[in-house]
Ligand binder design. Structure first.
Ligand SMILES: *[C@@H]1O[C@H](CO)[C@@H](O)[C@H](O)[C@H]1NC(C)=O
Length: 91
């Protein structure tokens, strides 16, 4: 659900989404041309983040635990995946 978006609300630099992940699901491995802030309301999972993946030496992806009330941010263009499986899949 788009809470505040460019088309619906005329936002130019920021969009706010409310998103629910089913247990055992995962996003694609992807990146955004903007920063991303997650505020986890409920549940647990894993954020897999390849810091500075747009640079010449992306390094090994980090596995970061996601849990209720946790927050985290992803820098511009850093490749990432959110999953509720608890393990890295398809990297
Ligand atoms: C998350 O924060 C809310 C509000 O402070 C609190 O009611 C809830 O118990 C917290 N949940 C966990 C799992 O800590």
């Amino acid at each position: 659900m788009t809470v505040a978006g460019s088309l619906l609300h005329g936002m130019k630099e920021v969009e706010v989404w409310l998103q629910t992940f089913a247990p055992g699901s995962r996003t694609s491995i992807h990146r955004h041309s903007c920063e991303v802030v997650f505020i986890v309301l409920k549940g647990s999972g894993t954020l897999i983040l390849a810091s500075s993946s747009h640079g010449p030496n992306p390094g090994k992806p980090q596995e970061l635990p996601i849990f209720s009330n946790s927050t985290f941010h992803i820098p511009v263009n850093d490749v990432h995946q959110v999953n509720t499986c608890g393990t890295i899949l398809n990297w």
